[in-house]
Design a protein around this ligand. Structure first.
Ligand SMILES: [Zn+2]
Length: 115
């Protein structure tokens, strides 16, 4: 499953950026996910729980939060940034627009550590 490998990648990224001592103090991981990232937040949560239960038990008290951000496009004609509703890629000025400036991301936005 695609989400399982994503979760493993998230843990690898944390291991690369935090010391074992810091990893022991992680309480929450916050992700920023765009609708175009091809990730289902519910499946990601389920995958997270499965991985934590099976082989990352040291993270069993860690919460995963998925912050879904809207798709934004920027028009080449009028330069305005518009939020895409229902996958309708049209600027407020009426021009079709495929210039996505937000919506593809899958990022670790924040990691919370207990003091
Ligand atoms: Zn426009």
């Amino acid at each position: 499953m695609h989400e399982i490998s994503l979760v493993r990648t998230i843990f690898r990224t944390l291991e690369d950026n935090f010391s074992p001592e810091e990893l022991g103090r992680v309480t929450a991981i916050e992700l920023k996910v765009g609708p175009l990232a091809n990730v289902e937040p519910i499946l990601l949560q389920n995958a997270f729980e499965a991985v934590v239960e099976e082989d990352e038990t040291r993270f069993k008290d860690v919460k995963l939060r998925v912050n879904l951000v809207p798709i934004l496009i920027q028009c080449h004609d009028c330069n305005q940034i518009t939020e895409v509703q229902n996958y309708r890629f049209v600027c407020v000025c009426g021009k079709p627009c495929g210039n996505v400036v937000q919506g593809n991301e899958l990022l670790i936005e924040r990691v919370e550590l207990v003091d």
